[in-house]
Design a protein. Structure first.
Lengths: 116, 111
């Protein structure tokens, strides 16, 4: 049981390049999330998904796209990377509980992205 | 102004001290509150989860929520060097996308 895994662990991009970050979970969770973490800003929600085939915007969605074609995978895409997207990206998964949204989330190890 | 405010510290205490970590929030729609611990270069992991005002205890950790003053706290008793980490508070409501983290407090417990 690997939990939540993220690929790649590190990446350096040049401005304008594109890339896709992959998140995979083997816990059969319905919900999946993408966050970015920046110094002094904490974790900020980029996009999330409450089930296969569904996605929704979080707090900071601009410049990112996501897809949830399979329940276990959640992809985060950067179409044209900008230096402002230099950050550590975390994926998380979870399941609904008692009607309260966003119950326990299990986080991946993170992807460190630098955009030059 | 962020909906969840947390003093980023850093906070440095001697081993065995009682640590108090605090957050305030501004959105009355928040109904449940969590504390996550994040070790350096790792993903956050859940420590405590509370849904109502009052105290919740788990070993050396106590989470406290005061909805009337919109104040949440995490107390660590008999702190250990292994408690050195960043502690993140989080607030959420019934909207799945409404999950807001504080900035995180960096804690160091020195032997």
């Amino acid at each position: 049981n690997a939990g939540v895994t993220q690929t790649p662990k590190f990446r350096v991009l040049k401005t304008g390049q594109s890339m896709t970050l992959l998140c995979a979970q083997d816990m059969n969770h319905e919900y999946m999330y993408w966050y970015r973490q920046d110094p002094g800003m904490g974790l900020r929600l980029i996009h999330y998904s409450v089930g296969e085939g569904t996605t929704a915007k979080g707090e900071v969605p601009d410049g990112y796209n996501v897809s949830r074609l399979k329940k276990q995978n959640f992809l985060l895409g950067l179409e044209s990377a900008a230096p402002s997207q230099t950050s550590v990206y975390f994926c998380a998964s979870g399941r609904p509980s008692g009607g309260a949204a966003g119950d326990t989330q299990y986080f991946g190890p993170g992807t460190r992205l630098t955009v030059l | 102004q962020k909906e969840v405010e947390q003093d980023p510290g850093p906070l440095s205490v001697p081993e065995g001290a009682i640590v108090s970590l605090n957050c305030t929030y501004s959105n009355s729609a928040f109904q449940y509150f969590m504390w996550y611990r994040q070790y350096s270069r790792k993903g956050p992991e859940l420590l405590m989860y509370t849904y109502s005002s009052g105290n919740k205890e788990d070993g050396r950790f106590t989470a406290q929520v005061d909805k009337s003053s919109k104040y949440i706290s995490l107390f660590i008793r008999d702190s250990q060097p292994s408690d050195s980490a960043t502690y993140l508070c989080m607030a959420g409501g019934t909207s799945y996308g409404k999950l807001t983290f504080g900035q995180g407090t960096i804690l160091t417990v020195h032997p």
